[in-house]
Design a protein around this ligand. Structure first.
Ligand code: FAD
Length: 297
C-alpha cells in the first residue's frame, strides 16, 4: 500500500491549497480527484473577486492553481475515493483502483448541485435541463431559456447566458436575491433578462426536449416557453465520505478552528464544512489551515 503524509480528497481550491501548504511544510501529499482539477471553479465563467487576479475565467484560475500545486510537489491521483477508514496510526484511502495509506486526510470534496425534484427534471436531463451554463450555454444561442436560483451562481450564470440567448427568465422563490449587490445591479441592467420573483417551479415541460417551465406565483400558474432550463439552486455535501463525522442540520461537516473533524486524523476544508461564506477565497483559507494542522500531527 503506497504511503503518504497527507492524503487530500478533492482538487478544488480547498484541496489544491491544502496540497500546496502540505508540500511547503515538507510533507508528501497525494491529491485525489475523480474528475478534472478545479472543482466548481471551472463552471464559473468569470471570477472577479479573487484577490490579485482582477477578472479571470474560472477555468484559467483553476489551471493556474493546478500548475502551482504540481510545481509545489503534490502527487495528483485521478481516482475517485470511495472509502476512508482509520488505521492504527493514520487513515486508509480506498479508490476503485487501489488502496493508499496516509498519516492524515483532508476531505475537500465540496458540494454536489441540488435538484429541483419536480416532474420533467430527470426525464429531460441533458435534453434541455442543464446544471452548468458555462458548459452548455452555447447550445442555446439565440434561444429563450430559464434559470432557477437566486444566489451568486444563479445571477452570474444568468448574466453569462444573456450574452448568448435571446432571453433569460430568472426564477427565484423569494422576493429578493441572496447575491452580491453588484451582481443584482448587473442583472437588472441586462435588458434581455426577465425576473420572476416569488415564483416556484412546478414542472419542466417537453416531449423529446424541453419546451417550457411551469411556475406557481401565489395561486396563479404560468408556463414560460423556453428551450433550456438551468438549475442553479446551490448544493449540498455529498455524504459518501462523511459517514461518522459530526455534521450540522444541513449535512455540512463540523470543524474546529484547526479544521479538525470529529474523527481522529481527518480534517475537512472548503464548501463541505459548516460555515457562512462558500467562496474560492474561503475554500483556499480552509485548505491552508487544514494542511498545516495535519502537518503538525
Ligand atoms: C457557477 C459557479 C460560479 C461561481 N463563481 C464564483 C466566484 O465568482 N467567486 C467565488 O469566490 N466563488 C465562486 N463560486 C463558488 C466556488 O467555486 C466554490 O465556493 C469553491 O469552488 C469551493 O471549493 P472546494 O474546493 O471546497 O470544492 P469544489 O470546488 O466543489 O471541489 C471539490 C472537488 O472534489 C472532487 N471530489 C468530490 N468527491 C470526490 C471523491 N470522492 N473522490 C475524489 N474527488 C472528489 C470534485 O470532483 C471537485 O473537483 C462559484 C460556483 C459556481 C458553481
Amino acid at each position: 500500500m503506497k504511503n503518504y503524509d497527507i492524503a487530500i480528497i478533492g482538487a478544488g481550491p480547498a484541496g489544491m491549497t491544502a496540497a500546496i501548504y502540505a508540500c511547503r511544510a515538507g510533507k508528501s501529499a497525494a491529491l485525489f480527484e475523480k474528475n478534472y482539477p478545479g472543482g466548481q471553479m471551472v463552471n464559473a465563467h468569470i471570477v472577479d473577486n479573487y484577490p490579485a487576479e482582477g477578472e479571470i475565467g474560472g477555468f484559467d484560475l483553476a489551471q493556474k492553481m493546478f500548475e502551482q500545486t504540481m510545481a509545489a510537489g503534490a502527487e495528483f491521483i485521478n481516482e475517485e475515493v470511495t472509502d476512508i477508514s482509520p488505521l492504527a496510526d493514520g487513515v486508509r484511502i480506498v479508490t476503485a483502483r487501489g488502496e493508499y495509506a496516509a498519516a492524515a486526510a483532508v476531505i475537500a470534496t465540496g458540494t454536489v448541485r441540488s435538484r429541483l425534484n419536480i416532474p420533467g427534471e430527470d426525464r429531460l436531463d441533458g435534453r434541455g435541463v442543464s446544471w452548468c451554463a458555462t458548459c452548455d450555454g452555447a447550445l442555446y444561442k439565440g434561444k429563450d431559456v430559464a434559470i432557477v436560483g437566486g444566489g451568486n451562481s444563479a445571477l452570474s450564470e444568468a448574466i453569462y447566458l444573456a450574452a448568448l440567448c435571446k432571453s433569460v427568465h430568472i426564477i427565484h422563490r423569494r422576493n429578493a436575491y441572496r447575491a452580491e449587490a453588484s451582481l443584482v445591479e448587473k442583472l437588472r441592467n441586462t435588458p434581455n433578462i426577465v425576473e420572476h420573483l416569488e415564483c416556484v417551479p412546478e414542472a419542466i415541460e417537453g416531449g423529446e426536449s424541453v419546451s417550457g417551465i411551469t411556475l406557481k406565483k401565489g395561486e396563479e400558474m404560468l408556463t414560460l416557453p423556453v428551450e433550456g432550463v438551468f438549475v442553479a439552486i446551490g448544493g449540498k455535501p455529498d455524504q459518501k465520505l462523511l459517514a461518522g463525522m459530526e455534521k450540522d442540520a444541513g449535512g455540512y461537516v463540523k470543524t474546529d478552528g484547526e479544521m479538525r473533524t470529529s474523527l481522529p486524523r481527518v480534517f475537512a476544508a472548503g464548501d463541505n464544512i459548516s460555515k457562512q461564506v462558500r467562496q474560492i477565497v474561503t475554500a483556499c483559507s480552509d485548505g491552508a489551515i487544514a494542511a498545516l494542522s495535519a502537518s503538525a500531527l
